[in-house]
Design a protein around this ligand. Structure first.
Ligand code: ADP
Ligand code: ADP
Length: 230
């Protein structure tokens, strides 16, 4: 990821909000980056731009060597599916679908055959230690279990990049640490991770911490090199 001189301005009828103001960030393949900063400093906006959910107003965004900053919605969606997995604070599972079906969904969009889908879903559910709950619905699961299902869904199509927006924000410390360990394991296997967090403890799992303030990067802190054992 190469982001240069990036600006994002939200315009409503009277108010103009500069959410990101001249942001430069380079993220290497295989890196685990934490983004921190006070509420309203632009973290979610940045994650939305990185995740191709929203375009920047100005500036450059290279994703895997391709300029993607001004792509049309259709092409952004196409690039997103299969390349980027999302994990949210509030899990964002579909209540009407059971665990298996929630995790299977991205594979249906990507047109995998039923037999392949079943194998892939079973494998990732086992890995996330939630296989015994495959027939349960999200409301029947604890927060930690729901987040493990959400991570399973995020990684089912082997994305290059995982974007996590306060993934432990609704979890107790035990479940939070379990989620961080799963993310770290995925990162060790080569998946790039960008995570927004308020937790210093979570940020300790990252290679690098980027601190935002008023829409700008104010400091960056190296925690460890890629390949270091935590
Ligand atoms: P954070 O995630 O760090 O709390 P956000 O990225 O959500 O910050 O917001 C950054 C700034 O942009 C805030 O001032 C917020 O009010 C504003 N903002 C975010 N989204 C919108 C939007 N869709 N329309 C108008 N203003 C927005
Ligand atoms: P609950 O008691 O809330 O129903 P679970 O049964 O999902 O929670 O899991 C309790 C603990 O056991 C969790 O920490 C989870 O990691 C672990 N666990 C659940 N299933 C497995 C499994 N198949 N292999 C290893 N650990 C598991």
């Amino acid at each position: 990821i190469k982001i240069e001189k990036l600006k994002k301005i939200f315009r409503t009828e009277e108010i103009e909000t500069s959410a990101l103001n001249n942001v430069n960030i380079h993220i290497n393949k295989g890196e685990f980056v934490a983004i921190m900063g006070p509420s309203g400093c632009g973290k979610s906006t940045l994650l939305n731009v990185i995740g191709l959910l929203d375009n920047p107003t100005e500036g450059k965004y290279l994703f895997d060597g391709e300029e993607v900053g001004q792509l049309k919605e259709r092409n952004r969606t196409k690039l997103r599916k299969g390349n980027i997995g999302f994990v949210f604070q509030s899990f964002n599972l579909i209540d009407e679908l059971n665990v298996f079906e929630n995790v299977e969904l991205p594979l249906i969009y990507l047109k995998y055959k039923a037999k392949e889908r079943k194998e892939m879903v079973e494998e990732v559910l086992h890995r996330m230690k939630i296989g015994h709950r495959r027939k349960h619905f999200p409301q029947q699961l604890s927060g930690g279990q729901q987040q493990r299902v959400a991570i399973a869904r995020a990684v089912i199509a082997n994305p290059k990049l995982i974007l996590a927006d306060e993934p432990t924000g609704n979890l107790d410390s035990k479940n939070g640490q379990e989620v961080m360990k799963l993310l770290t394991e995925l990162n060790r296997e080569g998946t790039t991770i960008v995570m927004v967090t308020h937790s210093m403890r979570d940020a300790d799992y990252a290679h690098r911490v980027v601190n935002l303030f008023d829409g700008q990067v104010i400091t960056e802190e190296m925690k460890k090199e890629i390949g270091d054992i935590a």
